[in-house]
Design a protein around this ligand. Sequence first.
Ligand code: GLU
Length: 512
Amino acid sequence: MSVRTRYAPSPTGMLHVGGAWMTFFNWLYARRHGGQFILRIEDTDRSRSTEYYEKLIMDDLRWIGIDWDEGPDVGGPHGPYRQTERSTLYAEAADELIRRQAAYRCYCTADELEAERAAAAAAQRAYRYSGRCRNLTPAQIAAFEAEKRRYTIRFRTESFRDPARATTGGWLQARDDGSGPRVFVVVPDLIRGEVAFDLADIDDFIIVRSDGGALYNFANVVDDHDIRITHVMRGIQHLTNTPKQFLMYGALAWTPPAVAHAPELAGLDRKKLSKRHGDTSLREYRDELYLPEAMVNFFALMGWYPEEGRELFSREELMRRYDIAEMGKASPIFDRQKLNWMNGEYMRLAMQQEPERVLDLICGYLARHGLLPAEPTAMQRALVRRVLAILGDRVKVGADVLTYADFFFQDPPAMDDAAVEKHLRAPGIGPFLTAIADRLDALATFTAAAVESEVRATAAAFGIAFKVVVHPIRVALTGKTIGPGLFELTEALGRERAVSRLRAGAAIADRD
Ligand code: GLU
């Protein structure tokens, strides 16, 4: 049977890096085995699901190169692929469960249930539904219907409690530790091994709401079965749903898919990944110029640990080599520094192999930061090209462009107060900068080498050490103390801007 995996996002927000990471592994597994990857939209929570997020999620998935063989936009033989469009299937499955006496209508009102809950809380017991509607007589049902009471549909977990029914070896197992037989749902998890859930802890849970809408857990089972999903890999937070899902599969005489519950990502401090560690939407990474190939490589190394100690792998290589069994139980560490390094490596490669792509990305980034118009002129693009050549390896992520090169795109440049105080407001700097400005203004050819020799000559004339003078010049030209090579950047700024910035620097230096 061909491997079929899926991603089943609820379109209630942006795709986070954690979700993208998990999706990547599902996709990779399908591709690794020549199977299919399916996108299904779990929009049963109608109040929070939006078409807007659905589109953004799809767009972000495509951006990291995750494609799907079946899905709401591309269709497929098991569609529709949006839960809100699949309600007939859930209704049929619910009817089938009732017919098999594996589910029943529960007419309890919200107040009645609340009273049960309050009683449990008062007695300091964990709440479990009393089972009041579990065995209603036809007359009781007729009476409730006559009252026009609304009903939910509950799963009859009770029907699995008989140890005689539990086979040994299957996922329903009777175990006896000496205190009498107890029935367990034993989930064979591909990552965790067997995980046993005591049936005594599972209630007669609701599968259909009183408005007729299927609950997530139930719809998920019907869909995974109907769409013929063979492997479900998802976050550990879904592990507790799994025994209930297995019960539903069992009651419908369906075979559950293979399941794997991946650990949560953690930050370098080994705490659960949060926004502080970089658990933000994938789009934020995209906006910060992380490249999809870097994200994918980084994702792969959080859960797959190649022996050779190498870290850079192409998508094709990953597709050939990845194995689900290598994902351990320990939380992979999301190391932002490593991601930045990796992005820098891919950025360097892209600059060599696809310079126009990088140019487009950087222009877009500068435009988003108000430093270029959305449609830059040919001259502006030429400047960006030049700046990139000067920056070279310094650009690992978008922020580096601002750190090292914003002054190329701002007139006047933003001045760092501390740098101004330290390097411009020193004695003798004003006349020195004016002298350099004059000499650069008079230069025959404005090149980095010519600029350098003028600076050296002026420093000698003023009797100031060369290594000292570079700082005020840099601060005057760029507003800061760090950046690319001084003479190259001066050449790239051009005579007019360089001279006027040096004069402005001199004015600051001379100010009382
Ligand atoms: N809709 C669920 C979620 O977004 C997916 C659950 C599953 O993968 O089974 O978390």
